[in-house]
Design a protein around this ligand. Structure first.
Ligand code: EPZ
Length: 419
């Protein structure tokens, strides 16, 4: 397995361009199952999760053309060859569950493996199943698979007791052909949900309220394939903002979705980081001392759970005490034990971590456990004294396109060592 070596401490200087959002591309790929024509998705980053979803779509019967250099993905599903999303695919990527909604909507059936747990928590799909049942689907769970059948789904009033991003997306994808109107209460407000809704509307769907906590979908009979450009990745952008902030850097982030990052920007400014919008992007200037701040993750537009680990790396070398509370997932502190190996002073109590800033982190051999934890270890390595080695970086490649090349371009002393 590949490893990444980083020599620190090092200031990041220069500019970096942000690519399309992984968590917007995946539901758009699922939407391509709804039509038999060629869907064209542009501004697509080269990521392992997208490769995994392509494999699943081809398994189901889709034709897929990828132009990685151009960031263009073309998908069409003229017919279904299989209605099953197998365990080995769903296990590696939970977002495979997004195939459920469109398969039932268009082909009246689906057989999707239960995702199983992952490093950051149990991550069940009970809310997805509840919603499909409310829409009249016949659902059975056996041998680790969810079997869903419906001659035609019927619009229903659904309310999620927990905000679920892919749950909201799955119901939208299922409801576009349903008989009548579906209303989703306590819907996710994420920009990626809005990107999917906008695309479905362009395809001919009738959707109102995306971006609010109540989304209404009126079923229609036919949809058409369209071309869509993916919104920029707010988590990739946020990760580079924190990287600059914690290395006393001066980085211009191009294609930065500033308006999607309010909660992070407010927090970073409280640490003493300078953030300003310029003609070509957003400039982030780090300074010392870094002031400690408290963080509580919440569904959008609150502080993103996908930025919690990166912020913790920054707080590890801040000047005081930072209380970080993870309210979305029950086990998203896998990076803490690795940061401790670098000398970080962090104590965990349930879903809360108390971070006492230390003068400096020291380099150490580290092991990545999940996508965003991997990023937080890379960031810590940039600031730590010595050479940090991060192994199991296949987690990183799921959600960051060539992160070591982009950091190298900013002056980091970083390299990937092939297995
Ligand atoms: C999406 O995951 C993102 N993935 C995650 O990003 C992100 O961390 C998460 O939303 C929260 O923002 C994609 O969009 C592909 P949830 P998702 O359903 O939809 C519980 C990354 O790093 N829940 O919003 O799977 C669940 O256990 C990834 O890019 C149920 O209990 O997350 C969690 O505690 C990681 N039952 C909470 O809701 C359900 O049926 C939020 O999960 C569904 C969810």
């Amino acid at each position: 397995m590949d490893r990444i070596l980083i020599e620190g401490p090092n200031r990041l200087i220069g500019e970096v361009a942000i690519r399309g959002a992984k968590n917007a591309v995946l539901p758009l790929m699922a939407a391509s199952l709804l039509v038999d024509g060629w869907m064209t998705i542009t501004n697509v980053p080269r990521l392992r999760d997208i490769d995994t979803f392509n494999t699943l779509l081809m398994h189901l019967g889709a034709d897929v053309e990828t132009d990685y250099d151009g960031g263009v993905l073309r998908i069409r599903t003229p017919q279904l060859k299989s209605d099953e999303a197998p365990y080995d695919m769903v296990r590696t990527m939970r977002a495979s569950v997004l195939a459920l909604g469109p398969l039932v909507a268009r082909f009246k059936r689906a057989r999707v493996s239960l995702p199983g747990g992952c490093a950051i928590g149990a991550r069940p799909i009970d809310l997805h199943i509840m919603a499909l049942k409310k829409m009249g689907a016949e659902v059975s769970v056996e041998h680790g698979f969810v079997n869903v059948k419906a001659e035609r789904l019927v619009g229903a009033s659904i309310r999620f007791d927990t905000v679920t991003v892919t749950g909201t997306e799955n119901v939208m994808l299922a409801a576009v052909h349903a008989e009548g109107t579906t209303v989703i209460g306590n819907a996710a407000l994420e920009p990626e949900v809005v990107c999917l809704a906008d695309t479905l509307i362009k395809m001919g769907a009738r959707i109102k309220g995306a971006g609010t906590d109540t989304i209404t979908i009126e079923g229609v009979n036919a949809l058409k394939a369209v071309e869509v450009e993916v919104i920029p990745d707010r988590i990739e952008a946020g990760t580079f903002m924190v990287a600059s902030a914690m290395t006393r850097g001066n980085v211009l982030i191009k294609n930065c979705p500033y308006k999607f990052l309010d909660a992070l920007i407010v927090k970073l400014k409280e640490t003493g980081t300078e953030i300003r919008q310029e003609k070509d992007g957003v400039r982030v200037i780090g300074d010392i001392p870094i002031r400690s701040v408290d963080v509580k993750t919440m569904p959008y537009p609150g502080f993103p759970t996908d930025m919690q680990a990166q912020m913790m790396s920054m707080m590890a070398t801040a000047g005081g005490l930072s209380v970080i509370t993870e309210t979305v997932f029950e086990n998203r502190f896998m990076h803490v034990s690795e940061l401790r190996r670098m000398g970080a002073d962090i104590t965990i109590d349930g879903r809360t971590a108390v971070v006492r800033g230390v003068r400096a982190l020291s380099a150490a051999p580290l092991m990545a456990t999940d996508l965003r934890a991997s990023a937080s270890l890379i960031l810590a390595g940039l600031a730590a004294h010595g050479t940090t080695e991060v192994s199991r970086i296949y987690h990183l490649d799921r959600g960051y396109e060539r992160i070591e090349a982009k950091l190298l371009g900013l002056g980091a002393k970083i390299k990937r060592v092939k297995a």
